[in-house]
Design a protein around this ligand. Sequence first.
Ligand code: ATP
Length: 202
Amino acid sequence: MKIGLFGGTFDPIHFGHILPVKEARTQLGLDRVVYLPTAIPPHKSGGQVAPPHARWTMVELALLSEPGLVADPFELTPQREAFTVDSVEHFRSAFPAADLYLLIGCDSFAELHTWKRWKDLVDMVKLAVLVRPDWRPGALEAQLTPEVAALMEADRVCFITNQPVAVSATRLRRVLAEGGQPAEGWLPELVLEYIHKYNLYQ
Ligand code: ATP
């Protein structure tokens, strides 16, 4: 069995979190991809995030009609920062025979060397890097530390050739806070309805 893991703040979830993942699922032949919304994200310095239950609900709404994409609350409950290595250890022991893939955007991949116990992490999974619009192959490689770059030579990383999706949660929150309307194709309609119902970003 092949399982993809995809952690994030998802504040809010948008099509950049969904379309590249669907392409990764197809390209890697993943049985399913497990989204792990994080209650307390370690990599977001400062700034408020929407409550964990709201981000969880938006992920559920967004994935409702997406076969093979599911949400798991493993990172949602701890009253402490959630580290990816701990989640991966959990899934490694829950599914000892599975091939685990960790899906990450190329911006996150460039910061991998700052993650807690990142070397243990990459021993347990294969990394699947998703393209973001501002990404150029040469520019990303120039940002990697030699140890992270070596992972590519060791065949621990695969690059998904997904269609870039030009939306970020930061931009989306800014538009919503200014009372603007997100462009078509930024996020699922149900998620937008939920955001408006609870005035999440105003
Ligand atoms: P923010 O703008 O608030 O930092 P984000 O979407 O970058 O939001 P997360 O919700 O934590 O932050 O992202 C979860 C994962 O999705 C990360 O690995 C990130 O790199 C990836 N990701 C986010 N947006 C895109 C996108 N448009 N295309 C591909 N991957 C993306």
